[in-house]
Write a protein of this length. Structure first.
Length: 264
């Protein structure tokens, strides 16, 4: 009896997970097609939502990211100091490429976006669902995916890319400045080691993760916001579930990426 119960429970959870993945894939594909067609650019209502979402998610976060990047730059000094102590300066570029660019920067920015904008996305979409706005948009000939979902997906993806690059640049340059000021290593030699140690694949990995992780996060959040239905009391429940689920998904995907990279 217990075996049948657990088998049924596991089967239901797997089916729910696959259904969730299918819905997220459909939503992302539809949003991507809307971006490619560029018709949203000529629609002021949709265009303003895109600009507002990008400004709220990305531009208003720049100050925080620069501050965090400065703190990370202080940690870069420790990397240089460690490499100098073991007399292997090639570790500077290698560690910065593998640790800072590939792993730390994308995951940190993704978590920052989740903490800063996660609840807002679920709350906003939840209130929209509770007011029945998707049906109103459809009656006006405006696809809900174009007005409600694409701007948030586009804003998170673009913000993730820009903020990740900003964080990495600030961290590397501040680290070099600290190294130079403390006379640990000449700034030109530091930049040479960074340039020679960071590989093209490190940058490619950072770009892919800086876009993919925020997209995963916002897909989870939008899915939870769409489940509010007509009951606004569901908003805090869905917001909490969305935050935890998005964080779990990002961590699982990051581990998956690490496994793939270890096999290559």
């Amino acid at each position: 009896m217990d075996m049948h119960f657990y088998a049924d429970y596991i089967g239901k959870q797997i089916f729910r997970f696959l259904t969730y993945i299918n819905q997220s894939m459909q939503l992302s594909i539809e949003s991507f097609m809307v971006v490619l067609k560029m018709r949203w650019y000529t629609r002021p209502a949709v265009y303003h939502v895109v600009v507002r979402q990008t400004y709220f998610t990305g531009v208003q976060s720049l100050g925080w990211i620069v501050g965090i990047g400065i703190l990370a730059g202080l940690a870069v000094y420790n990397i240089v100091h460690f490499a100098q102590n073991i007399h292997d300066l090639t570790l500077i570029g290698t560690l910065l490429g593998h640790v800072l660019l590939q792993e730390f920067a994308p995951i940190l920015i993704s978590i920052f976006l989740l903490i800063r904008s996660g609840v807002a996305v679920v709350t906003e979409l939840g209130n929209i669902q509770a007011r029945g706005e998707p049906r109103l948009l459809a009656s006006m000939g405006i696809p809900p995916v174009e007005y409600l979902y694409m701007p948030r997906l586009f804003g998170f993806a673009l913000s993730g890319l820009i903020l990740t690059f900003t964080f990495a640049l600030v961290a590397v340059w501040v680290g070099g400045a600290v190294v130079s000021l403390t006379k640990t290593l000449p700034f030109s030699e530091y930049l040479l080691e960074v340039r020679s140690g960071i590989e093209f694949l490190d940058l490619v990995s950072m770009v892919l993760k800086s876009i993919f992780y925020p997209v995963i996060i916002v897909l989870v959040l939008m899915n939870q916001g769409g489940k509010v239905g007509n009951d606004p009391n569901q908003i805090p429940i869905r917001a909490t579930a969305g935050m935890l689920m998005a964080l779990t998904f990002v961590c699982v995907v990051d581990v998956f990426f690490l496994l793939i990279q270890s096999l290559l």
